[in-house]
Design a binder for this molecule. Structure first.
Ligand SMILES: Cc1ncc(C[n+]2csc(CCOP(=O)(O)OP(=O)(O)O)c2C)c(N)n1
Ligand SMILES: [Mg+2]
Length: 584
């Protein structure tokens, strides 16, 4: 049996340690599917119901494991469907490789069927995107695509004409310069340590600070112990960007929880009041939540030099892996004698936690979304892997689901795409078969890639899908009301019976609507072996208030209500009780 171009492609992936590929077959990649079929014992193909899911899964897999995520799609429409997940990888800096098919090499660009030049289409999404020109080209470019995605932390893409996939790799087809065996599948890893002068400068600056705050992001996820030591020395509260939620557990005395619109008030206050800021692995995008330029002196650690000073002016930039840089920094740091700043943050954090509990134990009907998130937090496994979608649910998950033990958390960060949570959770369940994966999703987000419920059944994955059903695109409704002062428009959703949909896919479906039964029903549903969909019917009028409501937002809301927002009486009633607490 001769070796085909597709065989070389899959063997190269195996050499790079790839054990899983997410995707959907199609006539443009049948040669690759055959190579995958022949190597099932070394590399698994996970079939998805939509290529967008496959790309999200590849990105989620990369986030959960730190390894290369791979997705595959056919020529034309299949490839086009990958785009959203590839942008997710680009924006959150995750190593993902996309493989797609192209039309027959000698019929390209002749107005044929599915004749889409995916290498060109993917140019913006990918740091490396190329088309294979012949069987002897495969190993050279696939190797480079894997290395590029891993070292430059982004998406890369290789597309291959369908006929070339099944062509034998013969010596005769090699150009003279393409010497056989000249590439190697070896990943290079560097020390990634910062410049010594900058390091001393950074330490001196931090040692001069009195009220020091740390902002930790995705890049701090592997630096938990170092982060805690630095926070202790500097007497600094740690505010966490959403992707860095698991950087420090929420029961750690140094953290004030999340930051930003869906963060906590103590984090916002610590950032407003600090005189010194240490940013660890974060480019949290909401500039308005950073200290005002000139107010705090800042040091930033990032693996990517382009990101230094991107959101806040810094005086010292330390390029490198967060854990290593913090380790290098530690011997130069003095213990900050001022502990008052930290104490104040801790006091505010304990008040915030009480407020969150108060919200989480409300017994009103319709059930408050916070109640579901609060109970979920108590019941999911200590090492659960939690993926959340984009919507008001992001706020509920961010504030009420805590990181403790070995829990992991992620979402589509900078892209903030809806529909990612289910594919992310699937990737988690596939990567860690012994652990519980939880997808926290809105009814709008779940409807987008609902076909993957069948994927849960097909592979009997331990994924618990918790869908918050408010029959509205809640986040957008609130944005229209609070940011613009307009009545909501175009946000109402036709209700879907998600429990029935789940059952139709062969997955257990449970509906929860009463706060008094929420805990008991959730715990029963979570105990289901394999997948389960939990549909929680929640109050559509519960606002995801920012940690501090400003007068402009309150004014806009009043304006929107006056302009005739539907359900304004119910809205006003819900708001009255919340706003009293939030405005003070
Ligand atoms: C793919 C995509 N489309 C649209 C948006 C804009 N958007 C952000 S949140 C949201 C509403 C989400 O609704 P749902 O999933 O029901 O969650 P809820 O806000 O109601 O909790 C929309 C439309 C987006 N972020 N991503
Ligand atoms: Mg909704």
């Amino acid at each position: 049996m001769s070796t085909t171009a597709a065989d070389v492609m899959i063997d190269t992936l195996i050499d790079w340690g790839v054990t899983l590929v997410f995707g959907m077959p199609g006539d443009g990649i049948n040669g690759i599917m055959e190579a995958l079929r022949k190597r099932q014992d070394q590399i698994s193909f996970i079939q998805t119901r939509h290529e967008e899911s496959a790309a999200f899964m590849a990105c989620g897999y990369a986030k959960w494991t730190g390894r290369l995520g791979v997705c595959i799609a056919t020529s034309g429409p299949g490839g086009i469907h990958l785009l959203n997940g590839l942008y997710d990888a680009k924006l959150d800096g995750q190593p993902v490789l996309a493989i797609t098919g192209l039309q027959f090499h000698d019929l390209l660009n002749t107005c044929g069927q599915q004749d889409v030049e995916l290498d060109k289409l993917f140019m913006d999404a990918c740091i490396y995107s190329t088309r294979i020109m012949g069987p002897a080209h495969v190993e050279n470019v696939v190797e480079l695509a894997c290395r590029t995605a891993l070292t430059q932390r982004g998406a890369s893409h290789v597309t291959i004409p369908v006929d070339i996939q099944s062509m034998p790799v013969e010596k005769a087809l090699r150009s003279d310069r393409n010497i056989e065996g000249h590439v190697s599948n070896t990943m290079a890893r560097g020390g990634q340590l910062p410049d010594e002068v900058q390091l001393r400068h950074a330490a001196a600056l931090l040692n001069r600070g009195e009220n020091i705050c740390i902002l930790a992001g995705q890049g701090a996820l592997g630096a938990r112990a170092e982060l805690e030591k630095v926070a202790e020395l500097l007497g600094a509260p740690v505010a966490k960007a959403l992707l860095g939620k698991a950087a420090l557990p929420d029961d750690n005395p140094y953290t004030t929880g999340g930051v930003g619109l869906l963060g906590t008030r103590p984090s916002q206050q610590a950032l407003e009041r600090c005189d010194t800021l240490l940013i660890v692995g974060s480019t949290f995008p909401y500039i308005e939540y950073y200290p005002k330029p000139g107010k705090a002196r800042a040091v930033q650690i990032d693996i990517d030099g382009r990101r230094i000073g991107l959101r806040h002016p810094v005086e010292a930039g330390l390029i490198g892996d967060s854990a290593k840089v913090l380790q290098a920094l530690l011997p130069h740091l003095k213990r900050n004698a001022n502990r008052e700043f930290l104490k104040q943050s801790q006091k505010e954090m304990s008040e915030w936690t009480d407020l969150m509990i108060e919200r989480g134990i409300q017994r009103h009907m319709p059930m408050k979304p916070q109640v579901v998130a609060h109970e979920l937090d108590k019941l999911i496994a200590e090492d659960a892997i939690v993926a959340t979608d984009s919507g008001t649910i992001t706020t509920w998950a961010a504030r009420h689901i805590t990181m403790r033990g070995e829990r992991m958390f992620s979402c589509s960060g900078l892209l903030a795409s809806m529909a990612c949570a289910l594919p992310y959770a699937i990737a988690a369940a596939v990567a860690y078969p012994g652990r519980q994966a939880v997808a926290v999703i809105g009814d709008g987000g779940l409807a987008m890639l609902m076909g993957e419920l069948a994927t849960l059944r097909k592979y009997q994955l331990n994924v618990k899908v918790v869908v918050f059903k408010n029959n509205t695109l809640g986040q957008i409704k609130w944005e229209q009301l609070v940011f613009l002062g307009n009545p909501e428009y175009g946000c109402e959703l036709q209700p879907i019976d998600f429990a029935k949909i789940a059952e139709a896919c062969g997955v257990r479906g449970v509906t929860i609507s009463e706060p008094d039964r929420c805990s008991e029903q959730l715990s029963d549903a979570l105990a289901t072996p394999g997948p389960c969909v939990i549909e929680a019917i929640v109050d559509p009028h519960e606002p995801p208030w920012p940690p501090k409501v400003d007068a402009k937002q309150a004014f806009h809301l009043a304006q929107a209500l006056a302009k005739g927002t539907p359900n304004r009486t119910k809205l006003a009633l819900t708001l009255a009780s919340d706003v009293v607490r939030e405005l003070i």
